[in-house]
Design a protein around this ligand. Sequence first.
Ligand code: GAR
Length: 209
Amino acid sequence: MARVLPLGVLVSGRGSNLEAVIRAIEEGRLPARIKLVLSNRKEARALSIAAQHGIPAEFIDPKNYPDRESYDLALAARLKEAGVELVVLAGFMRILSPAFLEQFPLKVINIHPALLPSFPGVEAQRQAVEYGVKISGCTVHFVDAGVDTGPIIAQVAVPVEDNDTPETLAQRILEQEHRLLPEVIRWIAEDRVVVKGRRVYVRKEDKGE
Ligand code: GAR
């Protein structure tokens, strides 16, 4: 039996990936519990989604901190206080400083709407359409100090259609994000993810036979 993994989720906006994680937990597909949702944007819809599900959710205003590092350390302190063991970036549109990452070594994951290392950073779906690739997708990776450069845990490919706009492609990728993110968190909860340098392996499921 997997233990219940205490999660912290960092968000900036719509919160559909947060919603997918909540749904997986509520449906018994993911042995985890969201202890705290933190947002750097007050108006993030993700905050109200968390509240609707009885999950503690807070806006922490970057303007109240003199620099990135002190803001990040405030986030880390709140997550530690809440007993968080895995930090999930679900549409969190800030780069985390090394000071934050040192508090959670190999315990921060991010979902990105492209097949990394292609199209890191913002507007990945627009980058893919404008580049003209025929396949894009989504990636879940461990976060390191770079921009979307950490070790890759899992990817799903999504075709780019001739008539795609960034928006239609984003929607098709998003459906896969909603499947992939809860699944990767489940692998971590089940202690099946092994990191060897840049390479990440997922051990086969223990069926208890
Ligand atoms: C998602 O597509 C996520 O992959 C992307 O932002 C969106 C958030 O949607 N993240 C990044 O681009 C990070 N570089 P959501 O708030 O509905 O989950």
